[in-house]
Design a protein around this ligand. Structure first.
Ligand SMILES: *Cc1c(COP(=O)(O)O)cnc(C)c1O
Length: 358
C-alpha cells in the first residue's frame, strides 16, 4: 500500500511543486567548477531584483536560523535589541544571549505588531547597535509595518537592521536598499516553496563594515567569507547543489509569472481565506491592518476541537493545516497561501475545511 500524499497548507514547510522537486534531484556538479559558477552567477541578477538590492545575494546551506545566528555573531559589538511579537521573533533574544551578546527585548503581546513609536523609544536610549526584526511573524500571522519601522531605523545610522522575511519574501514587495535594511534574510521552505535547508541573504556595505570589526565571526556564517567567495561565484563551503538548482527553477517560475502578478496572486488567495474566516464566524488573531498576506492565523472563537477537525481534513482530503503554534495550539489554526497556491487550490482547501467542520 502506498502512503497517500498529504498536501501541505501549513505555514512551513509548504508544498513543493513537481517541477521544483525535479530540479532539486538533478545530478550533482562540482562546486568549484565553471558549471557551478555559471549557475550561481547566472542567478545573481534575479536574486538582486527580488531582494531590491545592488548588493550581492548569498546562499547558505542551513535553515534560516543559521543566518539569523550568524547575523548576531557578525554584527553585534555593543548591544542588540530584539523586536519580539511571537515564537520566532522571541527566540532571537535567547539566541543572541547564547552567542554571548548583550541583548534586550522589545516585547509586545503575541498577536500585536511592533510599533514605530516603541522602536523609536528604545533606540533613543543609544544603547543599541543592532536591531532584529521579523517582518511576518509566522506563529501569530502578524505582518509588522516594515516601511514605518525602517523609517525609524534610518534615523539611527549607527544601528544595523537585521530583517527576517522567511514567510513573506516574494509574497509581498520588499525593497532592501530603498528601506535601508542592512541584512535581509529568508529561508527556502516557506514563501519560496523550496525544500527546507537553504537560507538566502544579502548584506549592506554598512553591514560588511561592521562585520569586519568582529573578531569572533566564526567560519561557517562569516559574512566576509561569503562576500569573498561570491565575488568568484562560489560559496564558502560545499553548498546543497540540489537546493540551488531548485532555486534556479523557482526563479524561472517567479519571473515567468512576473513579480507583480505573484504579489497579486498572494493578495487574492489571502483574501479568499479571509472571506472564509468571516463567513464561518471565526475571527483573526492579528488586528486589521497588520494581517499577513501569506498566511492566516485564525482565532478559534467558535471553540471547535481544532486537532480533531484538522485530523479529519488530513484523513479525508489529504490536506495539512496547522493547529496553532506553541502556546497558541488549539486556540488558533493557521492556513498558508504561500508559494504556488492559486485561487483554485486554496478554494479546494476551503471546501474541505467547510465540509469537515461540523
Ligand atoms: C520558520 C521561520 C524561521 C525559522 O526557520 P528555520 O528554517 O527553522 O531555521 C524563522 N523566521 C520565521 C519568520 C519563520 O517563519
Amino acid at each position: 500500500m502506498t502512503t497517500p500524499h498529504n498536501k501541505l497548507f501549513a505555514p512551513g514547510p509548504v508544498e513543493v511543486s513537481p517541477k521544483t522537486l525535479a530540479a532539486f534531484s538533478r545530478p550533482m556538479i562540482g562546486h568549484r567548477g565553471g558549471e557551478f559558477k555559471a549557475l550561481y552567477g547566472g542567478m545573481q541578477p534575479r536574486l538582486q531584483t527580488l531582494f531590491g538590492t545592488k548588493q550581492p545575494v548569498f546562499l547558505s546551506t542551513s535553515s534560516a536560523w543559521g543566518v539569523m545566528e550568524g547575523a548576531i555573531r557578525n554584527l553585534v559589538q555593543k548591544r542588540v535589541l530584539c523586536c519580539m511579537c511571537g515564537a520566532f521573533s522571541d527566540k532571537w533574544l535567547d539566541v543572541s544571549k547564547r552567542c554571548g551578546k548583550e541583548a534586550d527585548p522589545l516585547q509586545v503581546e503575541w498577536g500585536t505588531p511592533i510599533t514605530p513609536e516603541a522602536l523609536d523609544e528604545k533606540l533613543a536610549t543609544g544603547a543599541y547597535d543592532v536591531v532584529t526584526l521579523i517582518h511576518n511573524e509566522t506563529s501569530t500571522g502578524v505582518m509588522n509595518p516594515l516601511a514605518d519601522l525602517c523609517a525609524v531605523l534610518r534615523r539611527y545610522p549607527d544601528v544595523i537592521s537585521v530583517v527576517d522575511t522567511v514567510s513573506s519574501f516574494s509574497a509581498v514587495p520588499i525593497a532592501m536598499d530603498e528601506l535601508g535594511i542592512d541584512v535581509l534574510l529568508t529561508g527556502s521552505q516557506k514563501a519560496l516553496a523550496l525544500p527546507p535547508g537553504l537560507a538566502i541573504f544579502s548584506v549592506s556595505e554598512r553591514g560588511f563594515a561592521r562585520a569586519r570589526l568582529a573578531k569572533d565571526r566564526g567560519y561557517y556564517f562569516d559574512f566576509i567569507e561569503f562576500q569573498k567567495n561570491q565575488a568568484d561565484d562560489m560559496t564558502p563551503s560545499t553548498p546543497s547543489i540540489g537546493h540551488i538548482y531548485a532555486l534556479q527553477s523557482k526563479l524561472e517560475d517567479i519571473f515567468g509569472e512576473g513579480m507583480d502578478a505573484r504579489f497579486e496572486r498572494h493578495a487574492r488567495t489571502n483574501a479568499l481565506v479571509h472571506d472564509w474566516v468571516r463567513a464561518k464566524g471565526f475571527d483573526f488573531f492579528a488586528p486589521e491592518g497588520y494581517r499577513s498576506k501569506s498566511l492566516t492565523c485564525v482565532a478559534n472563537t467558535r471553540n471547535v476541537d481544532v486537532a480533531a477537525w484538522l485530523g479529519r481534513v488530513k484523513k479525508q482530503y489529504h490536506f495539512v493545516v496547522d493547529g496553532g503554534y506553541g502556546k497558541l495550539k488549539g486556540k488558533t489554526f493557521r492556513i498558508s497561501n504561500m508559494g504556488d497556491e492559486t485561487e483554485e487550490t486554496v478554494g479546494e482547501l476551503l471546501i474541505a475545511l467547510s465540509a469537515t467542520l461540523e
